[in-house]
Design a protein around this ligand. Structure first.
Ligand code: NAI
Length: 340
């Protein structure tokens, strides 16, 4: 039986890259059927009356798997983030973002192979803000022991499953002694009790960033609270070729939503210039997740085929403009399909 995937094309470049990725998945024999739902500005424009319609959430709860394009969030005003809402309402508490050097993509560093694991539901990123008196805004950073424990446990378990050697926790507990301190406390416990086979270190986030841009190869799994994880993910993207090549996934206990690290890129939206590779790599993560969790070998085969094909395309110099090439979104997808 084929697996139903909820497609959320999203806003900006989202629909373009989603179409290109579905084309590759179909040609690679991914055993998927798709059901499309709206989220973000696209849902408002279609008259759904909400950026995150209940029917969209319901479809993901039912099918448990989604492939999502980026959703625009207005800056400084307007509706709150659809991405934050989706992660909170479906309790997608662990964001995982693998960052790897790719063949044929030349950057300052070779051999980068790290994974950012980000707590996805709490912290300042939750956007809980109030004007307590005129001209005084309070932005609340929430950390709960349960969520800190859950993400620490998830990161170490993931490290173990993927045979990773080290977890580095980036924090600012010298200043935010209580909130960041709670994550340190829980990570230390999880490490000592369940995962002492994995190396563990703690780095204050400002110095950690300096080390990251000097020698990214010293890092393996980077564990962060929500806002730090958001920032460090884009920095890491810059180490391996930019936002066009960084995939991601959001995991909860009941559902998983796969999406690229990048946003809706309004500057190039509608021009068919966006690199669909980050979403394609997210789709490969989805295939591997289904292969592992539902024991479907067809998914593993499709993942291998797609990975080999885009690797060949990159080595052949068949790339989009963000990587120095000349191909458009669909031309790159065709270049991958030709190499399947
Ligand atoms: P962005 O990631 O959309 O764009 C940053 C830069 O990277 C732009 O120059 C863009 O053209 C380029 N870029 C991004 N993806 C690319 C791709 N696939 N191929 C080629 N170039 C690419 O970040 P920005 O401008 O900060 O945010 C734009 C909107 O996206 C905002 O409304 C933001 O809230 C939203 N956003 C949504 C995310 C999500 O849905 N998960 C994640 C990040 C941002």
């Amino acid at each position: 039986m084929d697996h139903t995937i909820v497609l959320l094309p999203g806003d900006g470049i989202g629909p373009e890259v989603t179409d290109a990725v579905v084309h590759v998945l179909e040609r690679a024999g991914a055993p998927f059927v798709y059901t499309t739902r709206l989220a973000g500005q696209a849902a408002v424009d279609a008259g759904k009356g909400d950026t995150l319609p209940e029917e969209t959430l319901q479809a993901i709860r039912e099918h448990r798997l989604a492939l999502k394009g980026p959703c625009t969030t207005p800056i400084g005003k307007g509706f709150s983030s659809v991405n934050v809402g989706l992660r909170k309402r479906l309790n997608l508490y662990a964001a995982v973002r693998p960052v790897r050097s790719l063949p044929g993509v030349s950057t300052r560093f070779d051999g980068v192979d790290l994974v950012v694991v980000r707590e996805n539901t709490e912290g300042l990123y939750a956007g809980i803000e109030n004007e307590i008196v005129d001209g005084v805004i309070v932005s609340m950073k929430v950390a709960t022991r349960a969520a800190c424990h859950r993400i620490a446990h998830w990161a170490f378990r993931y490290a173990n499953q993927k045979r990773r050697a080290k977890v580095s926790l980036f924090h600012k507990a010298n200043i935010m002694k209580m909130s960041d301190g709670l994550l340190l406390e829980e990570a230390r416990k999880v490490h000592a009790i369940d995962y002492s086979n994995i190396a563990y270190e703690e780095l204050i986030i400002d110095a950690a960033h300096m080390k990251l841009v000097q020698d990214p190869s010293r890092f393996d799994i980077i564990l962060c609270e929500n806002l730090y994880g958001d920032i460090v993910s884009d920095l890491c993207a810059g180490l391996v070729g930019g936002l066009g090549v960084c995939p991601g996934a959001n995991f909860g206990d009941d559902a998983a939503v796969f999406e690229a690290v990048h946003g809706s890129a309004p500057d190039i939206a509608g021009k068919k210039l966006a690199n669909p590779l980050a979403l394609l790599m997210s789709a490969v993560m989805l295939l591997r997740h289904v292969s592992d969790s539902r024991a479907d070998a067809r998914c593993a085969v499709a993942a291998e085929r797609i990975e080999a094909a885009y690797g060949k395309a990159l080595v052949d110099g068949a790339t989009t403009r963000d990587l120095g090439g000349t191909l458009g979104t669909f031309e790159f997808a065709d270049a991958v399909v030709q190499r399947l």
